[in-house]
Write a protein that binds this ligand. Structure first.
Ligand code: ADP
Ligand code: MG
Ligand code: MG
Length: 908
């Protein structure tokens, strides 16, 4: 064990670590080392590796001391030598910060300890060195406070209590009749140190450690322990960060931004993290330490003059006031600014990505304390990547790997105008259920939405919660706001499917249906008043805010072209209407992978002949009703085929249990009875007969077509006739007729026979032919097992992974909500298998089905049409098993295209 290197030093433009050692040194440590190597000024220090964290968890403290104490001592000496300081010295004390740093950044997981090394001697040394007594005592009391909190566990005893240190400060301020911390004198601060220490003694029973070495070890253990605290465990679970990784500890010489007016601290971005514009920007404070900038106690100032002017305009501050009260760093410290500007250029060019930096200025000298790849919006992600490609900073595969597919979602929905949103008032905040931006008049009842929308008015549907009856109103509204329900509530799920903006679970919004009002934030809004929703943040705004439509042009369009260049999988869409087909085509869909026919029967009067067909007592009755349905379906298919212009369209035959279509209310049953000339009682009886114990495993899918062949016949006819009609107009069509839910080869063969015979009849009637395919869904485990048999007659497979997951796990999708969240929480499942394809289990069936199918038919066309078709990790799996295409909802097409490119690049 002793040959292993556990402590890596950095300082004075030398370092034992490097940027590519993030696994060992954590992100912060690796980049601190790298910055030294490229000549950026960084206070010296050292990093204790993440492996030591694992050893700490396994063997405990004393073993780790044995393993690293020599190296730590040497590394501290290295800091002292470079800085000319000494731990605990009353001449020139060595003070350090102790910072955590995992491989992936875990914000807020653990607090940093600053000013470590402070004691009654060092404070004198600091006074001598700076001549600033107040600064020295302030640093001391900050240290006791931070160390007490982070290392000694000096937290409030119960949640009603306030912070023990804050209490002491408040008492002292009251005694001295001052309001702000900075009005306390040096002797007041000295007094605070004493009071803090006795509070520590009282609560912990131990003296506050005055030996810098004891302080240092205490802080190191605290960082290691923080890896296993509740917050960190929860954060790791959320972000799929393995426990084995561990955190590194960074110990680094302090530099002081709070030494007066020639000092300061700030954070900066090399490009705009919101828009991606290539503009250096950031904020700073004069005479302040590290976290003061984000803490919001003082208003931070802009670093660049340009940024400062923009900021003042928004804050409605005059140029005189800006220049005198809130000047930019560029204006007040031009030399430091120039150095910072050059440094950020250098860092960005070196890392070839937008950087997020922390810096401190001590008495006119610039120090960098952190650099990392900056977090950014979807728009900024695309712009920065494409700009850097043009600047020849990165190559094409880097662009594709760096862009996160799911983040493209932000670009696919209308967005608020950036300037307008800054002036808007936030009324409430709910869950960001479905991204996008929407403004409209408040309407509380779904059935009233149409009255407005038909007049071209914009509406926001506001409900306590939504139900399936609200579907039409939801679809016609600009956006949906609910007071109840989570990210998987009806409103949220349906809205996402529609690509419609939705904020759900905004508990602060009190809705009164009777008065037609909603109350939030003390304001009462009535029906017809304007509100706006941001579905990407969950914010609800008062009034109307201008929006912009998304466009797949410019950089976004170029990124997509680049993705197609590398992807092997094709991307199709799931679309049931001409409108959806057009949307998907505009997003680059290369065909329809799933066109569900049942949705066509729900609209308007169409449901009547459908019900007539289901309620008919014999084949003759059914045929009569089917004859009425034929022209309706044919017309729908013509619309969809036309929209897809020569691209393949997979049409699935009727799938859901018939029970879903029949009338359940008395009134509707009576209406149907009159229509059909039978008694309402007969209708009621028939509806009852159709009830199934477990409809998902019942009379549905090809079981319908095999028991009522005339349904398949009508659907096949509608598809083929539609295709011929378009051919006559000179439009090429490639129908792929898909039989759902087969479990045996015979089930498929019988359906295929009806389809082919019907097609031949229609060809003869018209005197022309077209090419078409007949294939099947693979969604019952037995079908995957029997794939070689089925592929003898099926010309294509489409994996229906929603049903396949449901049946492989034996989870009902409709009921899984009761236990899945708990399973995920308890770690019984790593992911929701309905969202991310379960590669291990369900994936075996997909892989086997693909391989077996292709043993019979080597060029069998294979795709996927479950929800998984638009989920990046599932798309990668589809690539790996060798599918030809994935199919997903229109709004996920660009996401799948990028995921397909990444799959090809990462599995080359
Ligand atoms: P976080 O990960 O929460 O940002 P950091 O370890 O980066 O925590 O530190 C918190 C703040 O303290 C940052 O503003 C950082 O710049 C500052 N800081 C950390 N170490 C030092 C140091 N040695 N000298 C001066 N400031 C420091
Ligand atoms: Mg930081
Ligand atoms: Mg299915």
């Amino acid at each position: 064990m002793s040959q292993v290197k556990r402590v890596y030093t950095f300082g004075d433009k030398k370092a034992e670590g490097r940027a590519d050692m993030k696994n060992l040194l954590g992100g912060k440590g690796a980049n601190l080392a790298e910055m030294n190597l490229i000549g950026v000024p960084v206070p010296p220090g050292f990093t204790i590796t993440t492996e030591v964290c694992a050893e700490f968890n396994k063997y405990g403290k004393s073993k780790v001391v044995e393993l690293i104490s020599k190296d730590v001592q040497a590394a501290v000496r290295n800091i002292e030598d470079i800085m000319g300081t000494k731990f605990g010295s009353d001449e020139n004390p060595c003070l350090v910060s102790v910072r955590s740093g995992a491989r992936a950044s875990m914000p807020g997981m653990m607090d940093t300890v600053l000013n470590l090394g402070m004691n009654d001697n060092s404070v004198l040394g600091l006074i001598k060195r700076t001549g600033n007594e107040r600064f020295a005592w302030d640093s001391y009391r900050r240290f006791v406070q931070m160390y007490g909190d982070v290392v000694l566990g000096m937290k409030p005893v119960s949640k009603e209590d306030t912070d023990p240190f804050e209490e002491i400060i408040e008492d002292l301020k009251a005694k001295k009749s001052v309001h702000h911390d900075n009005e306390l004198s040096a002797s007041d601060l000295k007094e605070l140190v004493k009071l803090f220490k006795s509070a520590v003694k009282k609560q912990t029973g131990k003296d506050f450690p005055s030996d810098p070495w004891e302080q240092l070890w205490g802080a190191i253990w605290a960082v290691f322990n923080s890896w296993m605290n509740e917050r960190a465990i929860y954060y790791r679970a959320l972000n799929n960060i393995p426990e084995e990784w561990g955190t590194a500890v960074n110990v680094q010489a302090m530099v002081f931004g709070n030494m007066g007016n020639n000092s300061g601290t700030g954070v900066a971005f090399t490009r705009d993290a919101g828009t991606g514009e290539n503009i250096f920007n950031g904020e700073y404070l004069i005479d302040a330490q590290g976290e003061d900038v984000v803490a919001g106690i003082r208003t931070p100032q802009q670093i660049t003059r340009e940024g400062s002017i923009r900021w003042a305009e928004l804050a409605k501050i005059s140029e005189e006031e800006r220049a005198s009260q809130f000047p930019s760093l560029e204006e007040i410290m031009p030399d430091v600014y120039n150095e910072l500007f050059e440094t950020q250029r250098k860092l960005e060019r070196h890392y070839r990505d937008m950087q997020d930096l922390e810096f401190t200025i001590q008495d006119g000298k610039l120090w960098l304390l952190q650099t990392r790849n900056g977090k950014r919006t979807g728009a900024a992600m695309v712009k920065i990547a494409m700009d850097m490609l043009r600047e020849e900073m990165i190559d094409e595969t880097t662009v594709l790997r760096r862009c996160e597919p799911n983040k493209l979602d932000e670009l696919l929905h209308p967005v608020f105008d950036r300037e307008a949103i800054k002036r808007a008032t936030v009324l409430a905040k709910g869950l960001p259920a479905s991204p996008g931006a929407a403004s409209g008049k408040i309407i509380f009842f779904a059935d009233e939405v149409e009255n407005y929308s038909s007049k071209g008015e914009k509406v926001i549907l506001v409900r306590i919660e939504t139900s399936p009856e609200d579907l039409k109103g939801m679809n016609l509204a600009q956006g949906i706001l609910t007071a109840r329900g989570g990210m998987t509530s009806h409103a949220a799920v349906v809205a996402r499917g529609m690509g419609k903006c939705c904020v759900s679970g905004a508990g602060a919004v009190k809705i009164n249906y009777k008065n037609r009002t909603m109350v939030c934030d003390g304001k009462t809004l009535s029906e017809g008043e304007w509100i706006s929703l941001n579905g990407s943040t969950g914010e609800v705004y008062a009034g109307q805010i201008g929006t912009k439509d998304p466009e797949m042009s410019g950089d976004f369009g170029d990124l997509m072209k680049l993705a197609d260049k590398y992807a092997r999988l094709k991307v199709r869409t799931n679309a049931d209407t001409p409108h959806d087909s057009v949307v998907a085509r505009n997003f680059g869909a290369q065909g329809i992978g799933l066109c569900r026919t049942e949705h066509m029967f729900f609209e308007g009067d169409r449901i009547k002949p459908m019900r007539e067909m289901i309620l008919a007592s014999d084949e003759t009755g059914r045929r009569k009703a089917l004859e009425k349905l034929l022209p309706i379906q044919r017309k729908d298919f013509e619309g969809i085929f036309e929209a897809m212009q020569g691209l393949p369209v997979t049409v699935r035959l009727l799938d859901p249990p018939l029970h879903e279509f029949v009338p359940h209310e008395k009134e509707n049953q009576k209406e149907m009875a009159t229509e059909m000339g039978i008694s309402p009682e007969a209708v009621r009886q028939k509806v009852e007969d159709l009830v199934e114990m477990n409809p998902m495993l019942g009379h549905r899918g090809c079981r319908l077509g095999n028991t009522y062949p005339e349904i398949t016949e009508m659907q096949a006819r509608a598809i083929i006739e539609a295709a011929l009609n378009l051919k006559k107009k000179g439009i090429e069509v490639l129908p792929e007729i898909m039989v759902p839910l087969i479990g045996t080869a015979r089930e498929f063969e019988l359906q295929e026979k009806i389809i082919r015979e019907t097609a031949e009849t229609v060809f003869e009637e018209n005197g022309i032919r077209i090419d078409y395919l007949v294939g099947t869904m693979i969604e019952i485990p037995r079908a995957a097992l029997m794939a070689d048999q089925i592929a003898k007659s099926a010309e294509f497979f489409s994996f229906g992974t929603n049903d396949l997951t449901q049946m492989t796990f034996g989870y009902s999708r409709d009921d899984a909500g009761k236990f899945l969240p708990i399973y995920l929480q308890k770690g019984l499942l790593k992911n929701d298998p309905f969202q991310i394809l379960d590669r291990e289990g369900v994936g075996q069936l997909v892989d086997m089905g693909t391989k077996r199918g292709r043993t019979t038919r080597p060029n069998l066309k294979i795709g996927i049409c479950g929800e998984h078709g638009g989920e990046p990790s599932s798309v990668e799996f589809c690539h790996i098993v060798g599918m030809n295409y994935v199919s997903c909802s229109p709004f996920r097409v660009p996401i799948a295209r990028l995921a397909a490119a990444q799959a090809a690049i990462n599995n080359a």
